[in-house]
Each structure stands twice: as C-alpha cells, then as structure tokens.
Ligand binder design. Structure first.
Ligand SMILES: Nc1ncnc2c1ncn2[C@@H]1O[C@H](COP(=O)(O)OP(=O)(O)OP(=O)(O)O)[C@@H](O)[C@H]1O
Length: 945
C-alpha cells in the first residue's frame, strides 16, 4: 500500500538529487546508497546516529517524532534527522508500522582506521516481512514475506514421488495457475503452493504475510481483513523469471525444475528467496532455509479469513468475551510451541489418521499428569531455537545466543527422560540413561509422541562444543574478549597467562621498587595516554635509580618507566590485543561449526515445538474439562455433540449452559430465538468443536462424534461484523456468493442472519432462497440463525431442514434467557424486552408494547407461520413495516425491490426529516437503534404535523 508520500521519500530524496553534482563526498555516498535502494528509506550511519537528509529527513522527523535539524557544509544546507543507533529499535519499528522499508547504510570500516571517507554499505534492508531483529518481532509468532506469481499450469506425467512432494496430492491436470511462496526470514521456514486465484487468496489470508511481493503476471490480491493486511509492492520483476528463479533455488533444492510441478510455484519460490536475500544484504543463499515445504491447500481444512475472523480464532472482535480461541488454547511453554500451535490452528488437518495421531498424543498427556507437568517444566527453559539458529546461520549470533542455544539443548535429555516416564511416579524406577537401557514399556504409548521423542536429537557434540568454548556469562560484544572459556584453546590461554602474569608483575612492582629505592611514597599507576609509570615526588628525586627513564613531569613529582616495565607493558598490551582477536576468531569458528548443524537443530526445534503444542492442548483439555472427540471417517457421518460449550464464552460466563447438537450430514438447521438468547454462540460452538478436533485438540463437551470437514464457511450478520469495517450489504452478498459457489457435501456452513443488511422483504427472500439452495444443491451441513421466523416452514417441505430454537421465559414482564436449545420454532422474539434490558427509555418501550398489543394483529405474508397472532410476531411485523417504509421512502440501501411501494408521504414530509431519513445506514443498525431512531423520527413528525 505505498502512498504518494512514501514514493517521494524512498530512494533518492529530490533535494539530494537536485544537488547531486556538488555534494560533499559523504553526502554523495549517501546519494549512491539511496539511488541503489529506490524502494527503501535509507538510514545512513554517521558516528553514533543513523541520519536521513532532505525530504527523507522530514519523513523520519515526522514519523519518528524526532527533531529536524540542518546540516550545513560548503555546498549548502540540508535538512537532517537522525535516530540513535544504540536505541534504534523503537524508531525502526515505528517506520515499519508506517509501511516503510528501511535500508541500513552502515559504516563497514573502522572510522579510526579509515584514510579519508569511511566506507559505508547497506548491510540490511529491514522490511515488515523480513525483519529478523528480536526486538522488532513478537515472541512466538511467525512473520512471513510472500510472493505470488502468475502462470499457466503445467501438467505432465510425473508422479508426486518423482517430484519429491511431501504433501502434494498430485497436481497433474489440476487447474493451478498462481504460485505462492512464503518465507519467515527469522526462522527459515519456507512454504510453497499453487492453485487457482481463489485458493491462493484463501491461503494468503491464512498465512497472513506482513508483506507481499507481486509478480508481473500475478493477479492482485487484497487482504480480506484490513486489520491483518499486508504491504504490497512490486519488486524487481526479473526475479520472477523462470530461469532466474530456477538458478536462485538451486542452492536450496537441487534440480528445482524437476521438483515443482507448477512453474508459477517455482517462480514464486525463487522470487521470494531473491527478495529475502536482498533484504539480508545480498550475501548469497540463506543457509538456514533448509526445508522448502511444498503443500497442497486441499490437504488442510480450508478456513478463509472470514471464518478465522468470525470464529475469533486469533482476533477478538470485541463482541462479548475478550479472549480468542488461540488465547484459550495457548498454554505453551516456549516460543517454539506457541508458533507451532498457531500454525496448527491456522491449518487444521483433514486426514483422519493424522488427527487421530494428535488425539492419541494429547490423550496420553492428559492421562499422565506427572509427565505432562514435567514436560512443561522442562520446556520453560527452552529459548527460541528457530530464531537462534537463524541468527547463528546468518553470522549474527553473539556469545549469549550460543549460551541460550546451549541451555535449550540441555533441556533435551531431560525431556526425553520425562517422555519415557522417568519422572512419572509409577515409572520412577526406570533408568534415565541412554537408548540401550530404555524400557520399552516406559516409552510413550502414542505413536506420535514416541516418534517425536525419537526425533529429540541431543546434539551432544554441539552442546559440548558450546559448553567448552563459550564463557558461562559472556559479554554482548564479541570483539572485546571474555567470550571464550579458559581451557578451550592452549594458545589463547598462553596469551591470557602472559597478560595475567604481566599484570601481577606490575601489581607487585610498587612494593619491590619501594624496597629497592627506599622511597616509601613511590607509586605505580597507569594512564590511557602514557601507559604504566612509576611516580616519585620531587623531594625523593635524588634517590631515583639509574635505570629509571623520565616519562612525564608533573607539578610536584616525576613519572618514570624502566626498560623492564616498558617491556612488560608491551607484552601485556600485545597479549591483550592478540587474545581479543584470537577470541573473536575462535568464536566465529565455533559459530560456524554450530551453523553446520543448522538442519539438525531445526529438526530438533520442530520436535520440541510439537511436543510443547501437544502438551498445551492436553493442559487445556484437563483444566477446562474437554473430551476426546470421536472422529467418524464416513462420508455420511454428521455431527453429534453432547453438552457442547463455547470455549471462549464459557470462560467469561459463570453459568454457561451446555447444549447438544445433532446435525445429520447435509442437513440445514434453522435456529430462531430472541435476541441475546445464544444463537450465534451455539453455532460458533459447533464450528469451533470441528476446528478444535481437526487441529488435534479435545473439545469442550461431554461427548462428541465428528466427521472430517474439508471446508468451513461463515457468513455472519452485518451488524455483528462492524468491527471489520466492511459490513456493507454488498460484502455480505459477496461472501454468500462464495459459499453458494464453493460449499459442498464436506463443508460446514454457518449463516448468521443472512439478509439482515437490507430491507426486510428482500432480506427475507434472499435468506429463504439461500437456505433452499444450500439444501437442494450443495448438501453442505449448515447452521442458519435467523430472525425471519417465516423461514421455519422450510422444515415442512424439505427433508433435511430442521428447526431449533432458543427458549426464554417471561415472568411478570421480566424475560429470562435460558440459553438452552430445543427442537422446534421460537414462539417469541422478546424484542421489546431486550430493548428494555438494554436501557431503551421507558416511553419508547411502553409505546412499543402498546403497538405490539394493539396494532399487530394479522397474518404475515407467510401464512404458514402460526406465530403471526402472537404479540411478539406483531412487534416483528411492526418493525418490518416501519423498516420497509424507511427503506422505500429514502431508498438508502438502493436495494429495495418494491418500487410499487414508493411512498408518496415522502414528498409531503418536512424536508429535514427526509434528509435525516436518507442519511440513515440501516445496514449498520441494530434493531434497538432502529427502534430508537424510529421513535425519534415519529415524535418529530408529530411535532411538525
Ligand atoms: N449457552 C450459554 N450459556 C450462558 N450464556 C450464554 C450462552 N449462549 C450465549 N450466552 C450469553 O448470551 C450472549 C448473547 O449470545 P448470542 O450473541 O449468541 O445471542 P444471539 O441469539 O445470537 O443474539 P442476536 O440475535 O442478538 O445476535 C452471549 O454474549 C453470552 O454472554
């Protein structure tokens, strides 16, 4: 989403460009770096600051809220703004949040050693999708940059095995035409897939990259959720070229052209890696991107952005409880586990065996309390291995990082022992030793857990190497000594010994010289400029021995050196410098040796992350009373939930009422009931049970039998989706269109108040037609909450349509919601009572009651609805009538299908009333707001009349 403003300040600022021929060498260097990074804001190191000049300075000053100053030199005055390098993090984050890409033009030679202008180069381009700095990234999250490439599908007779696909179902003949690749540069995770534009759009929403690079021939993709949107821009189109992409991929994946069945996927992968390399300073392949995972989106439960959003998986929409499903599930102990759990929840499984594998593992951890708790305790000491190994491979890790890596590796033997049940009281006698002493009975019963335990590579050599090489509590700087442990390198120890002996010799010098000279006030000291000296006061100057050489004269004393002191000093300085340099070399060598094991460390990280995610699911299951769902692998199986609960709402509702759900496969269940009675909560509980079960989690219920769904669609009512900022009727209809096109027998569909965003007659008609279509044509298992009671007669005419409703009781005019679902049709809306509960002024409530009681008698247009005579149906009628009048008079929605209903009264109404009517946005109003507004308008009409 580059803006015009951003375009002018990335690359070469116009003010610098205009003066280019006369710039000083330093600004000329700045201009060169800017020109070479046209898509970034260049921050240029000058001493301890990163500076920007001219228009770029104005931007930095404005965005980062720093002072705009001026640099004056012989060629002119240039606006300048800078941020301190020591504390650059928060400023860089602000620039990234504002959508900028920032190129760091660092001094790449020691300013003191440089003859003339210090050499500078862009060492890193920091972009929203490729940041690697820990302080710019949230812990335990993923941060992707993605690329999309267009292109025709290529089908040939290679098998998936030839192509080396891990998960690809075999694309031969499929209509894939867009390639998508995403990399998390901080961890090295790389995902590649291909599909039709709609599938890729869904995947993009699921991956939610921070940044998207669009190939020259790729369709435009806009994020479905503006809040989680990505920055889109065009990078050098050359990186999408098939040949360039193939060459780029070769270091990562031998013979890439044989590995990708889709050119578009290959081109997207090559492009995204080219971009990632570019942002990391163009130093060649990223050695820690070791596994390029190609996958078929059809191998996961497809959960698009609308579904993720309306089910509040990761984001709370401010409706009711404040947590998300992820918050509820996240009892992980380390960043690795958290990231894994998020990945799982974004892509629930569809393979019943894989689901069962996770359920078995969770069940075992549920049953073995001590093991589960001990796993948690061990993992709490684990650092973010994925990001650590990324830094090690990039050559950015410091000694503290290596120590963190060591501390994490140290967890592994303990974790293995714990998983063998060694810490389990029942198995307390089992030997904690190596594989040969393992008791097979003590190993996890679950295949998945056993496999994960087997993948816990202890990496003993690496652990031993780090432990022997790196100081236990090393400093952050790696160039100033103190990082290598004593005993690791004999030459280094010799140098440090020389240094130490020299210092000891000097420490003893004062006493020795006092004795030799008999001068009690003689002292030995050190200054940065003159080095070591022996100081003698003027009164004792005649007692100074012959070998003292004068070094410095002070007011009342003289400073000397002796040849031996000089020699010792040189030895100390020489040894210190050589030792520091040697330590740096040794450190880099150790870091490279660790980097050589990147793949093994990443594989270990994978295993740890899954164990943590499973343990988290088990902890939640135990603490929140979830049960293992039975997965029924039968295409005709429906949903059977006994005592199901909403995992998030139950946390804030002290007395949550569990409900059953029996939904035969392909059935359409219409749910009616008063406002606030629990319809939406119920529908979401069912969908969340499906999502949880397919993620591998237990579910909040007493018992559950669930089939495996392949897609989940949600369409929630306009007023429920205002937070998304897209609650127009148009959006509602386009989401409905998507469902009606794509849902099938293996889909679960939630429709919440479809049609509410327009005039009642139209809305009701659309809702009815959609329900019929879902039932007759799609065969999708569907839950449909509606206030259109007239729809419930569908059950009389269609086999698989059923009615459920939420009951409420009225006692002395007070309404109590039971939150219990029961078969059949709701007999009342209780709209007036809800209005009263919500604090609508008493006159309005009373007036509404009298209208309901007095005016509403008569049949609705659906004569089958026997509720029509009830007072509540009369209220419905009243609201309907009045809403229709409003809709036709002002035709705000433009959707009215009732031209004949054009109200002549409109012409006679006072003009300000008409204007106010026109301004109403009915699609965004709740019934209560509508009632209030109506009352207001009516009073004004009465007054005017
Ligand atoms: N089973 C339940 N047990 C206890 N409280 C519940 C239950 N279901 C819902 N609630 C409470 O009722 C509130 C309203 O629920 P919900 O939004 O599902 O109602 P609704 O029928 O969909 O309302 P509307 O028709 O106005 O959209 C929830 O925020 C929750 O606090």
């Amino acid at each position: 989403m580059p803006t015009a403003d951003r375009e002018t300040v990335t690359g070469l600022p116009p003010g610098i460009a205009a003066a280019r021929d006369e710039l000083t060498p330093m600004l000329s260097q700045y201009a060169d770096l800017c020109a070479a990074h046209g898509d970034a804001l260049v921050l240029f190191q000058v001493g301890d600051f990163y500076e920007a000049f001219c228009e770029a300075a104005e931007t930095v000053a404005r965005v980062c809220e720093v002072t705009l100053t001026e640099r004056s030199d012989s060629t002119g005055d240039y606006p300048m703004a800078g941020i301190p390098i020591d504390n650059a993090g928060p400023y860089l984050e602000t620039l990234l949040d504002a959508g900028y890409r920032v190129a760091l033009g660092d001094q790449v030679e020691d300013a003191e050693q440089a003859s003339g202008l210090v050499d500078r180069a862009v060492t890193e381009v920091i972009t929203p999708g490729t940041v690697v700095e820990d302080d710019l990234l949230d812990a335990g999250t993923t941060n992707y940059v993605a690329a999309v490439a267009g292109g025709d599908g290529r089908s040939d007779d290679r098998t998936a095995e030839d192509a080396g696909y891990d998960e690809w179902a075999g694309p031969a003949g499929c209509d894939a035409s867009v390639g998508l690749a995403a990399v998390d540069v901080s961890t090295g995770e790389c995902l590649v897939t291909a599909g039709d534009p709609e599938t890729v759009a869904g995947e993009l929403d699921r991956i939610a990259p921070a940044e998207l690079i669009v190939g020259p021939d790729a369709p435009a993709f806009d994020p479905a959720d503006a809040n989680r949107g990505w920055t889109t821009h065009d990078h050098d189109p050359g990186v999408f070229d098939l040949r360039a992409a193939t060459e780029r991929l070769e270091p990562y994946l031998p013979s890439p052209d044989r590995r990708f069945d889709e050119d578009a996927a290959l081109r997207a992968a090559g492009a995204v890696l080219a971009y990632a390399e570019y942002t990391q300073g163009d130093d060649g392949p990223l050695s820690y991107v070791t596994r390029i995972r190609r996958y078929d989106p059809r191998d996961r439960l497809r959960l698009d952005a609308a579904a993720q959003r309306s089910l509040e998986l990761f984001e709370n929409r401010g409706l009711g409880a404040s947590d998300t499903l992820f918050d509820v599930l996240d009892r992980t102990n380390c960043a690795l586990g958290r990231r894994c759990l998020e990945r799982w929840l974004r892509r629930p499984l569809v393979d019943p065996d894989a689901i069962a594998g996770r359920h078995d593992a969770v069940e075992e951890l549920v049953d073995r309390t001590l093991v589960r708790e001990a796993v948690g305790d061990s993992l709490a000491a684990a650092y973010d291995l994925e990001r650590l190994v990324g830094r090690v491979s990039r050559g950015r890790a410091d000694a503290r990082d290596l120590r963190s890596l060591h501390a994490t590796l140290a967890v592994v033997p303990e974790l293995k022992a714990v998983l063998s049940g060694v810490s389990d009281e029942t198995d307390a006698t089992t030997d904690a030793g190596g594989a040969d002493t393992e008791d097979a009975d003590a190993l996890p019963q679950s295949d998945h857990l056993r496999d994960l335990r087997g993948r816990l590579d202890e990496l003993e050599e690496i652990r031993a190497l780090i432990d022997s090489a790196i100081a236990v509590d090393p400093p952050q700087e790696i160039t100033e000594g103190g990082v290598i442990r004593e005993g690791f390198d004999a030459d280094l120890d010799d140098l440090r010994a020389t240094e130490r002996e020299g210092r000891e010799w000097i420490a003893d010098l004062e006493a020795r010289e006092r004795e030799r000279t008999g001068i009690d006030s003689l002292s030995v000291g050190h200054t940065q400029v003159h080095g070591y000296y022996i100081e003698v006061t003027d009164a004792n100057r005649d007692r100074v021995p012959d070998d003292y050489r004068r070094r410095q004269t002070l007011k009342n004393s003289e400073r000397y050196v002796t040849p031996e002191l000089k020699e010792r000093e040189d030895a100390i300085v020489g040894a210190t410098e050589r030792a520091d340099a040697m330590e740096y070399d040794l450190f880099v060598d150790v870091r490279e040796r660790v980097a050589d094991e990147t793949e093994r460390i990443q594989a270990l990280a994978d295993a740890i992350s899954e164990i943590d995610a499973l343990a988290s699911l088990a902890t939640v299951a135990v603490e929140s009373g979830y049960v293992r769902p039975e997965i029924v692998d039968d295409p005709d199986a429906g949903i059977e939930i006994e005592g199901g609960r909403h995992p998030v709402v139950e946390r804030s509702e002290a007395s949550f009422v569990p409900n059953d759900a029996t939904l035969p496969r392909g059935s359409v269940t219409l749910i009616t009931g008063p406002n606030m009675s629990g319809k939406s909560t119920y529908m979401r509980s069912v969908a969340l049970a499906v999502v949880l079960a397919q993620t591998g989690s237990f579910v909040p219920a007493q018992a559950a039998e669930l089939p495996v769904f392949d897609r989940l669609f949600t369409r929630v009512g306009a007023s429920d989706d205002i937070a998304g900022g897209q609650s127009t009727f148009m959006r509602e209809m386009s989401e409905l269109t998507e469902i009606l096109h794509d849902a099938g027998p293996d889909s679960l569909v939630l429709l919440d108040e479809v049609g509410r965003g327009t005039a009642t007659t139209d809305g009701r008609a659309i809702a009815r037609a959609a329900a019929e279509f879902v039932h007759d044509e799609l065969g999708a298992t569907t839950l449909f909450a509606t206030h259109y009671h007239e729809l419930t007669d569908l059950a009389d005419r269609h086999d698989r349509v059923r009615n459920l409703h939420f009951a409420a009781t009225r006692d002395d005019g007070d309404v109590t919601f039971l939150h219990r679902v029961v078969p059949g049709v709701s007999s009342s809306s209780y709209g007036v009572e809800v209005a009263e509960l919500a604090g609508v002024p008493t006159p309005v409530v009373e007036r509404a009651r009298s209208i309901v009681a007095g005016e509403g008698r008569g049949a609705t247009d659906d004569s089958s609805n026997t509720d029509a005579d009830t007072p509540d149906a009369a209220l419905d009628e009243f609201i309907d009538e009045n809403t229709e009048n409003v809709g036709t008079a002002g035709d705000m929605s433009g959707e009215s299908s009732d031209p004949g209903g054009e109200d002549t009264r409109a012409a006679e109404d006072p003009p300000d009333l008409i204007a106010d009517l026109r301004d109403l946005d009915i699609a965004r109003m709740t019934p209560i707001e509508a009632l209030n507004t109506l009352h207001d308008l009516q009073s004004r009409a009465d007054d005017d009349g």
